[in-house]
Design a protein. Structure first.
Length: 169
């Protein structure tokens, strides 16, 4: 469990992990406004491939979905829609993030949103013992086991990122 954290310093994401007895660590960094995941990883020294961003999309059915992917990758919207059983999905507008999730842009965590939306996590997360995700506010990152995270948010591990930029042989 996180140590030396006073109640004011905890976010809903941290409280949910504690309530579920899931160990985690927090990393705090100075930041007054949104910076993207790559800059956050650079600022905190976290490995890029182990750091994940939380995105929210809406399907044709008007249902919202949470997509957790590595910060350097992009969502394959067609693949994600297929996996989620939707005809198509699109990313929500930045102006709607707080209304839908309860979080601000740059502080959106897969944990502790206003509602528990269907969630998918890029399967590459499973190759790590721990991954970094937003702690639920700008300036806060959580290090957590991906399987424990998936269990708490009822997520599935699937492959839904764009592959056209990969050069692996």
């Amino acid at each position: 469990m996180a140590k030396n954290k006073d109640k004011e310093g905890k976010t809903n994401a941290m409280r949910i992990l504690e309530r579920n007895k899931i160990p985690y660590e927090t990393i705090s960094y100075e930041c007054d406004e949104f910076i993207d995941g790559l800059h956050t990883a650079e600022k905190t020294g976290t490995p890029v491939e182990q750091t994940f961003k939380t995105l929210v999309a809406q399907g044709k059915s008007k249902e919202y979905y949470v997509l957790v992917i590595p910060i350097a990758e992009e969502v394959d919207l067609k693949a994600a829609a297929r996996i989620l059983g939707e005809k198509s999905i699109e990313m929500i507008h930045v102006k709607d993030i707080t209304k839908i999730t309860g979080y601000v842009r740059g502080g959106c965590s897969p944990l502790g949103m206003k509602k528990l939306y269907p969630t998918i996590i890029q399967e590459s997360a499973q190759q790590f013992d721990t991954i970094y995700v937003s702690g639920g506010r700008i300036g806060s990152t959580i290090l957590v086991n991906p399987n424990a995270l998936a269990q708490v948010v009822n997520a599935k591990f699937v492959d839904f990122t764009e592959k056209d930029r990969e050069t692996d042989v």
